[in-house]
Each structure stands twice: as C-alpha cells, then as structure tokens.
Design a protein around this ligand. Structure first.
Ligand code: 13P
Ligand code: SF4
Length: 349
C-alpha cells in the first residue's frame, strides 16, 4: 500500500524500515525522492495507482494504493471513483481498466509494456475460429488486447480460469491463447477444451483437444522454468516449498507443491509454516514477499525476468502523472464488446 508520509525524510524512513534487507540505502534515498513526489502529485490530482504483484519492491511497497493479481486489479478498476488511473502493470491490464472506465484517463507508465501471450493472437484469429466452431463458447485469458477480448464470450484470469470454464453451458469450450494455462485448466474440469495451436506442438496433453490452426501462445517467462530446475533447487534446499504460476507447463506445475495466481502464491507463503520457498514466476515477487515476511527465505531464479513488467519504473510513473503519459485509448465499438467479456467474468465472483 502507498506510503503516507508528510516529508521526504519520513518517506525514506518508511521505505528503509520495510526494504532495508532488500534495497541498499543509497538507492532508497534516490528512490524516496521519486516516491515522495509521486505520492504528492497523486493526491493533488485525485489519482489512484494500481500496482501488479510483479512491480519492483521500491515501487510495489510505496506508491500503489492497491496491489494485487490481474483479477484483483480488474475488480478495483471497476469500482474506483478516482481519475486518472495510473496502471503499474502491462498494457493489457491498463486496457482492462480503460474498458471498465471509458470516461476516465487511464495511464500506463511505459510506451510498450507488452506481453508475449497478448502478442500471440489477433482478433481475426478469433473470428476464423468462431466460424469453424459455431456455438462453442470462447474463453480468453485476460492477457489479451481489447480487440481480441471483443471477439470472445468471457475472460478469465489465472485465479478464476477453472471456475469460468465450469460456468459455461455445454461440454466443450475453446480456451485462448495460453497453451499451458489451457492444459492446466483441463486437469481441473470435465469439459472438453479445444486449444487451437499451430503445427509443431511438443506433445499431446491429456484433456486437451489440439486443433492445428492459429497461433502458439506461451508466456515467454514461465515457459523457461523446467522440472530440472525444480529438482535442482529441491536437492540444494531440502524442505523448500515450490510454487508455480499456472502459466508454467503442466509438468512443472505437477512437480510443484502449489500453483495459482500471483496473489494466491503470496497468500500461500504468508499462511504456510516452512522456512524456504521457490517461486516459479517473475522474481520481483520474491523480493516483495520477503519485505513483508522477513523470517521466510525466498529462493529466486532471477535470471528469468518479465521484460515487459520491468519496463515500469518509478521515474516513468512520475512522468505519467506529470505529463499524462501514456494515455490508453480503445475505439468505442471495440470497448463495448470487450466489456461484455470482462463484465461476465467479474459477475462470476
Ligand atoms: P496473475 O493474474 O496471476 O497476477 O498473472 C498475471 C501474469 O501476467 C502472470 O504472468
Ligand atoms: Fe506476459 Fe509472461 Fe510477462 Fe505475465 S510474465 S506479463 S504472461 S510475458
């Protein structure tokens, strides 16, 4: 949650109390100036800052009014009265906030901040799929752009994917565009899941009907974790608990002790009494959890990073508030149709 501090010195002291084990003081002093100015300007402008769990610790613990996973941040975006909304996350998340708030200014503090999953599929892909499978409901992961959401029936996040799939009529659904999330959800549902992909898939997966048309969606970050990584870490850190985001392959998820959304991973660590944890996800999460749970050791594989989430910095967040950059715009005709898919998801609870 955002720091409440009257002076720059107080800002530094609060940051220091929380982050002294993670960020050197000299860096904290520099960042405290940015944090102080961001929080001052945020108040002056009546803005809200939403921060995804992957933000770096000196941003995550200081400027967002709300932090969370994609579902929690979508919910918050749906109910806020503040304007502008500054989204410290990636573009598809800021787009979701705009879909829900057409009359507000939504700012993304980076020019691009993409996502390999969102980039893997186009609206035309979905339209051709619809023609091929008339009447079959299409679920899209929230990690897609507004024009893709506009062609789908309902969105889901990693937190509610199985629940969303279960809520649909009929025994078959199409699930886009994450191959691994689709395969992981297939383990949790009786429905037949059609996952359209391109020729050249590694291996067939239980519960999933592959259709060789379309694209190949994987998260470029979670795709890099392997079962071998899990075995190596378990051998080196006996007793370590392994948490894998469901964008990891089903083999990695099966080798882990727990798998769910980024917020549920955080809650799991907070509520579990083990000395050490390996998080198979963006490594800032380990820092962020450790700052609040100093007694727990987070083993991190930090050579694997999300370059898109890491585009969001304190400097650019300040620039966003100072200069209204980057404004997210979505053509109204697309926004209205995309909102139906987002609203349907939010209604599921
Ligand atoms: P969460 O919804 O679990 O926060 O995941 C978003 C994401 O992009 C993970 O890579
Ligand atoms: Fe996209 Fe993967 Fe980065 Fe999440 S971690 S934003 S899915 S590229």
């Amino acid at each position: 949650m955002a720091i409440e501090a009257a002076t720059l010195q107080e800002t530094f002291e609060q940051m220091e109390r929380k982050l002294h084990r993670i960020v050197p003081d000299m860096e904290l002093r520099y960042k405290a100036e940015l944090v102080y100015e961001i929080n001052r300007l945020k108040k002056e402008r009546g803005a809200i800052i939403l921060g995804h769990n992957y933000m770096e610790p000196a941003l995550f613990h200081t400027v967002p009014d709300v932090v969370g996973d994609s579902l929690e941040l979508s919910r918050k975006a749906a109910e806020t009265d503040c304007d502008p909304i500054v989204f410290c996350g990636v573009r598809f998340m800021a787009e979701t906030a705009k879909i829900l708030n057409p009359d507000k200014t939504v700012l993304l503090p980076a020019k691009v901040a993409g996502c390999s999953l969102a980039a893997s599929i186009t609206a035309e892909d979905v339209r051709s799929l619809r023609k091929r499978y008339p009447g079959v409901p299409i679920v899209t992961y929230i990690n897609t752009y507004a024009d893709v959401k506009a062609e789908c029936d309902i969105c889901c996040t990693s937190s509610n994917a199985a629940k969303v799939v279960a809520s649909l009529n009929g025994d078959t659904v199409i699930f886009l565009p994450d191959e691994y999330l689709a395969a992981n959800v297939a383990q949790e549902t009786d429905k037949r899941i059609i996952f359209p992909t391109r020729v050249g898939l590694d291996q067939p997966r239980e519960g999933l009907d592959y259709e060789m048309i379309g694209w190949h969606g994987r998260c470029e970050v979670h795709d890099k974790f392997t079962v071998h990584d899990v075995e190596n870490v378990r051998a080196q850190f006996p007793g370590v608990l392994v948490l894998a985001h469901p964008e990891c392959s089903p083999e990695v998820v099966a080798a882990a002790d727990f798998s769910s959304s980024t917020s549920k991973m955080t809650q799991y660590v907070q509520q579990t009494d083990a000395p050490s944890y390996l998080l198979l996800t963006e490594c800032s999460m380990g820092d962020n959890i450790m700052a609040e749970n100093p007694e727990k050791e987070m083993v991190r594989l930090c050579s694997i990073r999300c370059p898109h989430m890491n585009e969001i910095t304190l400097e650019d967040t300040l620039n966003a508030l100072q200069n209204n950059e980057q404004i997210i715009d979505i053509p109204e005709e697309i926004r209205i149709r995309a909102k139906r898919a987002v609203d349907r998801m939010l209604e599921i609870g």
